[in-house]
Design a protein around this ligand. Structure first.
Ligand code: SAM
Ligand code: SF4
Length: 413
């Protein structure tokens, strides 16, 4: 199984993996051994879609090497381009768009039931599960209309899972070894189901026996209510780390993107959250080179980064998505977008490195995920030297840091 894109897709891959396992399939990491190859695609940016399509192209050869092999393509690019995919790659056995992911089990069943024709075939799937840190999807789709974004078109409008369904899934993941749960949704904190709101859900998940840590991604600034902030600050299982996408530091751009907040509102929100949780880490998403973004708008993004001192961030080059309102606007030349991307990355990286180095000499609780690697509550990735077991939380002294990734990574003894 290959997964492109965000955590949402990683969680979808796990879910599809579980469906296939329930059909008696076993996991393999080796394409030569596999009989089913599933490519879970992303279409948020053109680059992600292109990578998935070239992988699919290469699978034609893989498929012909052994009779009965199946190629399944799922996810957002499959939703957006189903007909094109089926025309360009006629060897595909099943294409399941992101809106139909809940039906995947039934569709896969039909596909695999054709296996009487493939007598010698051992079906295999690389399922992602039994992880210490597990993702649980609490809602699908998005009701926002950010002008650059394809997600509402390919994932549809918001649908919320019930509290019982979510808690049931959390218990399942815990019984498979999970200690940390990350709740997922495109605007995860807009969650509502019956009387239940996001803060209540956070408390309920934190209360499940065996859950040590709770995180969530991606919250929208508009829904970061006082109740959510208070829950984060007072429920011990909820970690002191927040990924809060801002996209731009310019009010003109925020308006053009239809983000529904201003720079000043975002800054005031961050101040409030930091007051409630001193020592927390804050990360963000930023888009550079949105159509009509002037040098002055861009400078405002840089000044916001300086002002808020994000602990790390994901900086995206604007990518035109056909069918979105922004696709009607004239684009900046690629070189200009690239140049702004570099300048923005350098600034974010410089701050990230400095902030990460502040960890040296501190003591942190690290939940070990695998291979001696784990995460602090503030979401820094840490390598622990010594004998540590998966799922164990160990108290460590941070000895030094290195610059391997933008996201915090610290080496400890
Ligand atoms: N729903 C989340 C939110 O609004 O914060 C984000 C989900 S989106 C899949 C992840 C990130 O991709 C966004 O925060 C944005 O920075 C980036 N993104 C979305 N559309 C993009 C586009 N057309 N070009 C470049 N980056 C884009
Ligand atoms: Fe896209 Fe905006 Fe929805 Fe996030 S909130 S998924 S950026 S439309």
């Amino acid at each position: 199984m290959r997964t492109y894109g965000c955590q949402m897709n990683v969680a979808d891959s796990s879910e599809m993996g579980r469906h296939l396992k329930a059909k008696g399939l076993v996991e393999t990491q080796d394409p030569d051994e596999a009989s089913v190859f599933l490519v879970n695609t992303c279409t948020v940016r053109q680059h992600a879609e292109d990578r998935a399509f070239s992988e699919i192209g290469r699978l034609k050869r893989w498929k012909t090497k052994r009779q009965g092999r199946k190629v399944v393509v799922t996810g957002c690019a499959a939703e957006r381009t189903k007909e094109y995919l089926e025309d360009r790659f006629p060897f595909l056995d099943l294409v399941v768009g992101a809106k139909s992911i809940e039906d995947f089990g039934r569709m896969a069943e039909r596909l695999l039931d054709r296996r009487e024709t493939d007598e010698d075939l051992e079906y295999a799937v690389a399922a992602v599960d039994e992880k210490v840190a597990a993702f649980v999807t609490i809602m699908r789709g998005c009701n926002y209309s950010c002008t650059y974004c394809i997600v509402p078109y390919v994932r549809g409008r918001e649908i919320y899972h019930s509290m019982e369904q979510i808690l049931g899934e959390v218990r399942d993941r815990v019984s498979e070894g999970a200690r940390e749960i990350t709740l997922l949704g495109q605007t995860v904190n807009s969650y509502r189901h019956g009387q239940h709101r996001f803060d209540g859900l956070l408390r309920a998940v934190a209360g499940v026996n065996g859950v040590e840590r709770v995180r969530f991604i991606s919250p929208h600034p508009y829904y970061m209510s006082d109740r959510v902030i208070e829950t984060m600050a007072t429920v011990p299982e909820v970690c002191e780390s927040l990924h809060l996408p801002v996209q731009s530091g310019s009010n003109t751009m925020l308006k053009a993107m239809m983000r529904n907040y201003t720079r000043e509102q975002y800054v005031a929100l961050v101040e409030k959250i930091r007051q409630a949780m001193p020592g927390m880490t804050l990360s963000t998403d930023i888009i550079v080179g949105f159509p009509s973004e002037t040098e002055d708008d861009f400078q405002q993004t840089l000044s916001l980064i300086e002002e808020l001192q994000f602990d790390w961030g994901f900086i995206f080059k604007y990518s035109t998505r056909e069918g979105t309102p922004a696709a009607q606007l004239e684009c900046w030349p690629e070189e200009l977008i690239e140049e702004r991307h570099q300048r923005c990355l350098e600034l974010v990286d410089r701050i990230a490195v400095r902030k990460r180095s502040n960890l040296v000499g501190s003591t942190q609780d690290v939940l070990i995920e695998e291979g001696g690697f784990g995460r602090t509550r503030t979401n820094y990735k840490v390598h622990v030297e010594g004998d540590v077991a998966q799922g164990e939380t160990v108290r460590v002294l941070i000895a030094n840091t290195h610059r391997a990734t933008l996201e915090g990574e610290a080496r400890v003894q």
